[in-house]
Write a protein that binds this ligand. Structure first.
Ligand code: GLN
Length: 242
């Protein structure tokens, strides 16, 4: 079996360790004998329907978000939206997450239009929300990551949060939600990279991709001893830093 991982805007939206998520997805496939191919899709590069199995979109500063938002206004954005509707797994972090809501209003300039995959919207705030985050998710258990954003994301009535913040700011520092989910798409503020420290999240994306491409499959477990140690250490740092 093989999977293609599409790294959206990898050359321009790739901060706070987000590249590590692509490496983690590819390696957790390869450790199981699944061939993993990574393609990076930048501004102006077309998205071919059905070519990709997992989408990853990292964080970026406002300037890079302007270019990405413009790039997705048209056929490319429509194709990505349709892939998600058809069950394609996607993970978007911070700046990528913000542009999958209805809009992101930065400090300067006009609001950037989002794809509206998530019933959510983001307004730039007056303070940067920085630090380790611990989130309780019904589906994935305890998640840990690192956040650094000024955008405050608010969820609409159709939106389902990824989880509840136990330590840190999360979506907006007010309502204790973190992230958003729609079908197999997940957006969140967890940089770090998030996947190596949270193997259930990585395996969810891989399993959803395999199911969509090959039908029901059982993903053999991996020895996640090191990942669990890294997770526990990050959780402990999060609690002691607050
Ligand atoms: N520019 C956005 C913000 O500050 C996203 C930053 C990021 O991707 N870490 O909220």
């Amino acid at each position: 079996m093989e999977l293609t991982i599409c790294w959206l805007y990898g050359r321009t939206m790739n901060i706070y360790g987000d590249r590590g998520n692509v490496l983690a997805l590819a390696q957790r496939c390869r450790w199981r004998g699944i061939e993993a191919r990574v393609i990076e899709l930048g501004v102006g590069e077309p998205l071919e329907p059905g070519r990709c199995d997992i989408f990853f979109w990292g964080g970026g500063q406002d300037r890079e978000q302007v270019a990405a938002a413009r790039d997705l206004q048209g056929p490319k954005g429509e194709i990505l939206r349709r892939e998600i509707e058809e069950g394609a797994p996607l993970l978007a972090i911070c700046g990528g997450y913000q542009l999958l809501g209805h809009y992101y209003r930065p400090h300067q300039g006009e609001p950037l239009p989002g794809l509206g995959v998530f019933d959510a919207w983001t307004e730039a705030g007056s303070r940067r929300m920085i630090g380790n985050v611990v989130v309780e998710s019904e589906e994935f258990g305890e998640l840990v990551g690192f956040e650094n954003h000024s955008g405050r994301t608010f969820l609409g009535p159709q939106a389902r949060p990824l989880g509840r913040v136990r330590v840190g700011w999360g979506n907006n520092g007010e309502d204790k939600t973190e992230g958003c989910r729609y079908r197999n798409a997940i957006g969140c503020y967890l940089h770090g990279p998030v996947l190596p420290k949270n193997p259930p999240l990585a395996d969810f994306l891989i399993e959803a991709a395999l199911r969509r491409r090959y039908g029901e499959v059982t993903l053999p477990p991996l020895d996640d001893t090191l990942e669990r140690l890294a997770h526990a250490s990050a959780v402990s740092r999060a609690h002691s830093a607050r």
